[in-house]
Design a protein around this ligand. Structure first.
Ligand SMILES: Nc1nc2c(ncn2[C@@H]2O[C@H](COP(=O)(O)OP(=O)(O)OP(=O)(O)O)[C@@H](O)[C@H]2O)c(=O)[nH]1
Ligand SMILES: [Mg+2]
Length: 367
């Protein structure tokens, strides 16, 4: 409601003013005879009901004038991309819900249907559900987990470990890269005691991460090395010959950093690259990370902070989309007793039963 007070010498002139300023729908709320500078005068208070839509428009105009509209980033290209991704995901979900009752997919057992419905509730994308359905229908002679595992690969750390000497862990900031480097080094020594292991720090941005890595390398008897520039790569080449396994920690990349420009992407050949992710990130965010780190450059996906997530459908989406196997699982803040190699068994128990994996029992170290 718009309310305004008018003052003047003549009552009829004031009425005219109300009409011309607020229009014929204005209502007079009060009228008074007052004294102004010792002269008689009139005061009129009139009001006009303004529809909500008009009020919004008027408010928008006011905001534009004050310049605060600049804060609303609806024309920012990056955000548009993100919005588009979100809208597309919502659109796919709605279409799937609409056509689901009419779907005549291949025949699958009612237990398999239940399993797919459960996956859908855990946030597994409609296109993944459709693919799994089709695979289950075509392979009715195979156990369900065999079929699911072909579409969503899992490869234990033991297998990954055999594939190369230098393992580089990369991923978003704070996801748990440094922690996982240490966990993997301990796990590998557990699998093959007596291995010569070197930890390499390439995180020149966070002194904390570097000190943490060095401290635990000293405590556990691992060698430690720093790589700051392309010139230091020579020493890494030597490390390849000197050590059985080398683990490299990298700085977390922000949304605007270009992964392909980084040292370990540009200059380093024949290394195993693992992308560290967590299901606590939104689906769209994870899709974005997967896109950013090209699938061709990667060997596996490592999942952390499983203990902080409440559903795990996103693990299925990521491996299905990228065809990259899940290799290692982390589910606690510490270094010991909260991580283990991924296996078909612990992976699917996590997805279907929400049961966190059993940690690898490591021999007691100094921490
Ligand atoms: N709850 C939980 N916390 C974890 C897990 N893994 C790591 N963390 C915690 O996450 C925080 C960040 O871990 P870091 O290993 O430093 O992560 P980062 O990716 O190296 O971080 P930046 O180097 O800053 O990019 C620490 O407090 C870890 O204890 C996990 O599996 N579960
Ligand atoms: Mg770190």
């Amino acid at each position: 409601m718009q309310v305004k007070t008018f003052r003047g010498q003549s009552y009829s002139a004031l009425l005219q003013q109300v009409k011309s300023e607020l229009g014929p729908d204005a209502v007079i709320l009060s009228s008074d005879c007052i004294s102004s500078n010792g002269k008689k005068a009139f005061e009129l208070t009139a009001a006009l009901e303004v529809p909500a839509a008009d009020q919004e428009q008027a408010y928008d105009k006011k905001q534009e004038k004050s310049g605060s509209e600049d804060l609303i980033p609806d024309t920012e290209p990056g955000l548009q991309g993100e919005q588009w991704r979100q809208e597309w995901a919502e659109f796919k979900k709605s279409i799937f819900q609409m056509i689901k009752p009419q779907l005549q997919g291949p025949r699958i057992s009612s237990r398999q249907k239940q399993a797919l419905e459960f996956l859908e509730k855990q946030g597994v994308y409609p296109e993944v559900i459709m693919d799994l359905w089709s695979r289950l229908g075509k392979n009715s002679h195979l156990p369900t987990l065999d079929v699911l595992s072909r579409a969503v690969p899992v490869s234990s750390w033991k297998k990954q470990m055999r594939q190369g000497t230098i393992h580089c862990l990369m991923g978003p900031s704070g996801v748990g890269k440094t922690t996982t480097v240490l966990r993997l080094a301990l796990e590998s020594r557990n699998i093959k005691p007596g291995m010569k292991i070197c930890l390499v720090n390439n995180d020149t941005q966070h002194a904390g991460g570097r000190l943490f890595l060095k401290h635990y390398a000293d405590l556990s008897g691992f060698s430690f090395m720093e790589i700051k520039s392309a010139q230091d790569l020579k020493s890494l080449k030597q490390a390849r010959e000197k050590f059985d396994l080398v683990f490299m920690d990298t700085p977390g990349l922000g949304p605007h950093d270009n992964v392909q420009d980084s040292l370990w992407m540009k200059h380093m050949k024949n290394i195993q690259r693992h992308l560290v992710l967590s299901p606590v990130y939104a689906h769209e965010q994870l899709d974005n990370y997967l896109q950013k780190y090209s699938r061709d450059d990667l060997n596996s996906l490592i999942w952390t902070k499983l203990d902080e997530a409440c559903s795990y459908g996103t693990l299925v989406n990521a491996s299905w989309k990228s065809a990259l196997p899940a290799s290692y699982l982390g589910f606690g803040k510490g270094l010991r007793h909260c991580s283990t190699s991924a296996s078909r068994d612990n992976f699917w128990k996590l997805i279907f039963k929400k049961k966190l994996p059993q940690a690898t029992q490591q021999e007691d170290n100094n921490f």
